[in-house]
Design a protein around this ligand. Sequence first.
Ligand code: CTP
Ligand code: MG
Length: 230
Amino acid sequence: KYVSVVIPAAGLGKRMKSKINKQFIKIKNKPILAYTIEKFEECKYVDEIVVVTRKEEMEFCKVEVIEKYGFKKVKGIVEGGKERQDSVYNGLLAVSENCDIVLIHDGARPFVSIKNIVDGIKGVLEYKACVIGVPVKDTIKKVNDQLDVVDTPKRSELWAVQTPQCFDYNLILKAYRRLENEQIHVTDDSNLVELLGHKVKMIKGSYDNIKVTTPEDLKIGEVILESNQK
Ligand code: CTP
Ligand code: MG
């Protein structure tokens, strides 16, 4: 099976409040996006990688990340869109024609493990659609616009979804095609597959696989890196 990876890295990183886009911030002297790509480069089951960036960052990404770290599996860099879902769609359209399985992974999740990646690929072979996630640690409350608590779902039934989100290529492409004709807004890829009525399997990942989102995540990231090196 031919395995492609789409890495959306075309956001603005507003919550990071940094001058440079968060995926290019360095942790221990290496850009976050380089850590992310490296994991897929190292995984022997991955055949190619498509990186999605903002137009004005494509050249920087090519020179300072892909060429600098010598990544061989990166087939191309494509331009992102307004929302994450638009960026992912552009990436999905840019993978090789013979793609069987696609993994979608946030550029801002540099601590993904090879095990997470392999588990995701195996999950597709069995279920066609799966996501990596972890049981939530906090109790989650549902609130309305006025912040009144309206519901407390049972914690044991709640999982926080991460990436990679992993799919049979034709299935995810069909799911994404709906965006062409319908106004749908989703914050993760599997939601579109659920909307098609197809089952999605949750696969347990690790709490290390954080999304670098706010400034304190950079400090947490340093600690995760150090513990991984031991
Ligand atoms: N992303 C993207 N295209 C967009 C928006 C987001 O490719 N139009 C990517 C981000 O680069 C990131 C991933 O999707 O790797 C997850 O999004 P998020 O953590 O929300 O990143 P940003 O949108 O960049 O950050 P913020 O929401 O704080 O602005
Ligand atoms: Mg965002």
